[in-house]
Design a protein around this ligand. Structure first.
Ligand SMILES: Cc1ncc(COP(=O)(O)O)c(C=O)c1O
Length: 467
């Protein structure tokens, strides 16, 4: 498991403060040199609202692999999502934030035995399979598990196809596997698929759901009574993207093939929830000019070296096929523009973030912002060559905090009231806290003159508005 980057509380901002202002505030600190993230928790809350409004029948099981940060898991758990875990460590992490076992699907069709044993020991019963050996393993280690057969149905175009590795053929293999499961007396409860991460063909969901219906019928004839349909991941999450097209296809297909409301429909969205919540800001520490500056006969190309690269957050370029977009933090009005490339900090020539982009002339110490960096970045990043993984600054609006405060299990230290100015402090007297820009008094619980610290503390904080 990755070591968490949370070493400071979630900052609660007044509604006028946007991510860019927070980034500017952090970047202008003279001591700030490392790359850093700002994660706006409101984005995650907003995504959940969108999900609920577009696919009300489909229960999201957040795919932990996408971003396993504990604050993200806390917020999603508080919102009521369930979880898709790929390993025992992910299961343990989700359980640690107070999620009950029936809100977890172990959605890895090829599981190491020790992970199945762990799932059995904690009672995470729902798990996927797509091959015969897995059935024998589960019969041996967790015979009462609730099994979900994963079929293959690939989108014609996806950012990261998965079908070459997972999912049995729904026509040629799935009936055979169900026969075996039945002969082993295993409890198969439904069907799942994943059309590919970053799906670019909405209609694939219709095809896949139709295959699932055929397998529900087949299972019926075998004497099973399937109750679960898992429509996997594939939903976009970058700013400006929409799940509407996919949602329309899914909702129509559910109406056609699964009109029975007693069938539980779940999905495993990952990038949808977190991509847009995270913005990365990197510092330029070196610049190389290539080309002839004197006579202008050759175009000058500028190579900017920044303090995060493909071994860190930008691993998403290699593994997740992401195209990242640099935005200089400062305004460069009237500054000459150059063909430029951006490079990571390590000594590997592979460590290139952007090959060719036109950018205004920037200087050492300037900052470059990258939006949409919340998915498949931090959980995969390594500190290769000794360059640290960027720290994350968490922010949330007051309204979101007010909504979450009674349900998250984070401790008192996890939150701090702020406005745009990150340096302002709460004024406190005894255990009552007043914040000048926010008309509220926060009262922390205390015992024998000491503020009570520890888990679940937010459950006991009183906030009263000052008239
Ligand atoms: C089994 C499973 N579920 C869900 C996801 C998340 O899907 P997405 O990246 O499209 O959000 C993945 C991603 O690889 C996956 O393998």
């Amino acid at each position: 498991m990755k070591i968490e980057n949370i070493d400071e509380p979630v900052r609660i901002l007044n509604s006028n403060v946007d991510v860019k202002s927070v980034i500017r505030e952090i970047a202008q600190d003279v001591n700030q040199e490392e790359a850093f993230y700002v994660c706006h928790l409101d984005e995650i809350v907003q995504k959940h609202r969108i999900w609920e409004s577009r696919m009300p029948r489909v229960e999201p099981h957040y795919a932990v692999k996408c971003n396993d940060n504990i604050t993200v898991l806390e917020v999603l758990a508080a919102l009521g999502t369930s979880f898709d875990c790929a390993s025992k460590v992910e299961i343990a992490k989700v359980l640690s934030v107070g999620v009950s076992t029936d809100r977890i699907i172990f959605a890895n069709p090829a599981k190491p035995a020790s992970h199945v044993r762990y799932a059995a020991s904690v009672g995470v019963a729902t798990m996927t399979f797509d091959n015969e050996s897995e059935l024998y393993k589960i019969q041996n280690l967790y015979p009462n598990a609730r099994l979900v057969i994963r079929i293959r149905c690939d989108a014609v175009d996806a950012q990261c196809p998965l079908g070459m590795k997972f999912g049995c053929d729904p026509v040629k293999d799935a009936p055979y596997l169900l026969d075996i499961a039945k002969s082993l007396n295993l409890n198969v409860v439904g069907v799942s698929f994943h059309v590919g991460s970053g799906c670019r063909e909405a209609t694939v969901f219709h095809r896949a759901i139709s295959f699932c219906k055929d397998l529900f019928n087949y299972a019926d004839n075998l004497g099973y009574c399937f109750t679960l349909l898992d429509i996997g991941g594939g939903y976009p999450g970058v700013r400006g993207s929409s799940i509407d097209e996919i949602a329309n296809v899914v909702n129509d297909a559910l109406d056609i093939f699964f009109p029975d409301p007693s069938i539980q429909i779940i999905a495993e969205p990952g990038r949808f929830y977190v991509t847009s919540a995270y913005t990365l800001t990197c510092n330029i520490h070196s610049i190389r000019n290539v080309g002839n500056r004197e006579d202008g006969s050759r175009k000058m190309h500028k190579m900017y070296y920044i303090n995060d690269g493909v071994y860190g957050s930008f691993n998403c370029i290699l593994y997740d096929h992401q195209v990242v977009k640099p935005q200089p933090l400062r305004d460069y009005v009237g500054t000459k523009k150059y063909s430029s490339s951006i490079w990571g900090p390590t000594c590997d020539g592979l460590d290139q973030v952007i090959e060719d982009v036109v950018l205004p002339e920037m200087n050492i110490g300037d900052w470059i912002v990258f939006e949409d960096m919340g998915a498949y970045t931090l959980p995969v990043a390594s500190p290769f060559n000794g360059f640290p993984i960027p720290k994350v600054h968490y922010i949330a609006s007051e309204s979101v905090w007010n909504m979450l405060k009674d349900v998250v299990t984070m401790s008192e230290d996890s939150f701090k009231m702020m406005d745009g100015s990150m340096s302002k402090k709460l004024e406190s007297a005894n255990n009552r806290y007043n914040y000048s820009d926010i008309p509220a008094t926060i009262e922390l619980p205390h015992y024998n003159q000491k503020v009570v610290a520890g888990d679940h503390l937010l459950n006991y904080i009183n906030i009263s508005l000052i008239e």
